[in-house]
Ligand binder design. Structure first.
Ligand code: ZN
Length: 373
């Protein structure tokens, strides 16, 4: 404690302080006096020469580090501040201001606000990461099959728009295709009817839609060297149907956009960040679905006494070593090499009869007309 303050306190009950009038950023050395009210006086205060008076009951602590008390006054400009470093003056002021600690907007208050917005951000992230996938998982089994079938109808319209009416239906090929699907389906506990189609597009792919629709692209048939390769891919798609993955994805993606729309509106920036994290989440979410569909396919092929390795070889033939991942919609699937390894590990000598005869296989290969390979 310095001498001046000591003397001043002993004499008139006052001390030195720093004052900000809340109107300018100017820092003023002032004297404070403990009168009926707290009187702040010093050079350059306005109104000139009359002290600023703060009622003790209006004075609130704002913040302050160790050894410093910073206060504001409810009846003063909201940014007006008084800083006191002198311990004796701090003690005196503290004893006079009974409501010093009320409603303070101090560091702890600010920390609270920051904490809450942090908590809000974290809870959004948690909802997007965990709650929506969980909700999708819980909701998917509750969606009635009739509704799922209608969703499938709507999706089929999209498919027809994308690929035109290019459904291949060469009679002999169609018979072979139905036989293959039926054989696969009979070895599963899939309880919905399967509606398979071959589409005349050179893209090597296959996919499943809600309501039991399975689409095989002619491009995949062209690359396939034996029925087991196609059977494995179809089994994978049946796995997606069994787990209702496309429906789950619909709920999941719809749910995510709904929540983001609700929380952020269309605010640029935040939605861009969320979009980025969302596609990240979506891709890791569907990777699980892909792995489960592969497991389903491996088990199904093994039940039929056919090797799951064939499917892995077909995928590997299409995507190559690293995979042309940007072109193929297999991009969301696990790395082809990992899949091939899994399927190769499950390799067994064939114990079941061939899924198609040679004649049926060549009929299926040319279901869309003569194939090059
Ligand atoms: Zn898949």
């Amino acid at each position: 404690m310095d001498n001046v303050a000591d003397t001043a306190l002993a004499g008139s009950g006052s001390g030195p302080a720093i004052y900000f009038d809340g109107l300018s950023s100017r820092r003023r050395a002032v004297a404070v006096a403990f009168k009926e009210q707290l009187e702040i006086s010093g050079e350059g205060l306005s109104p000139v020469s009359s002290p600023v008076s703060w009622a003790y009951s209006d004075i609130r602590r704002v913040d302050g580090g160790p050894g410093i008390l910073r206060v504001a006054c409810l009846s003063a400009p909201s940014l007006a501040r008084l800083e006191i470093r002198d311990a004796a003056v701090v003690a005196e002021l503290t004893s006079r201001c009974a409501r010093l600690g009320e409603n303070r907007l101090d560091g702890r208050g600010i920390a609270k606000i920051v904490g809450w917005s942090l908590a809000a951000t974290i809870s959004i992230v948690v909802v997007v990461l965990f709650a929506i996938p969980l909700a999708a998982d819980r909701l998917t089994p509750l969606v009635p099959e009739a509704f799922e079938a209608r969703l499938g109808d709507a999706a089929e319209v999209q498919v027809k728009t994308l690929f035109g009416e290019r459904v291949c239906n060469g009679a002999a090929g169609q018979a072979a295709f139905s036989k293959l699907i039926d054989t696969l389906r009979k070895s599963t506990d899939l309880d919905i009817p399967v509606q398979p189609s071959v589409l005349a597009t050179p893209i090597p792919n296959a996919f499943a839609l809600p309501g039991g629709r399975v689409y095989l692209f002619n491009g995949l048939l062209a690359k396939a060297e034996n029925p087991d390769e196609i059977a494995g891919v179809l089994a994978h798609e049946l796995g997606h149907l069994k787990h209702r993955d496309s429906l789950r994805e619909l709920i999941y993606n719809g749910g995510t956009s709904f929540l983001i729309g609700l929380l952020f509106g269309d605010v640029t920036g935040s939605s861009a960040v969320i979009f980025a994290s969302r596609s990240l989440v979506t891709s890791s979410y569907s990777r699980d679905a892909e792995q489960n569909a592969d497991t389903f396919a491996i088990e199904l092929m093994q039940r039929l006494g056919r090797s799951p390795k064939a499917m892995g070889e077909l995928l590997f033939r299409i995507t190559g070593k690293e995979g042309n991942r940007s072109l193929s919609i297999l991009a969301s699937h696990p790395f082809t090499e990992d899949r091939l390894k899994r399927m190769s590990d499950a390799d067994r000598p064939a114990s079941g009869s061939p899924l198609l005869t040679d004649a049926e296989w060549s009929a299926l290969k040319s279901i869309c007309g003569p194939n090059k390979s």
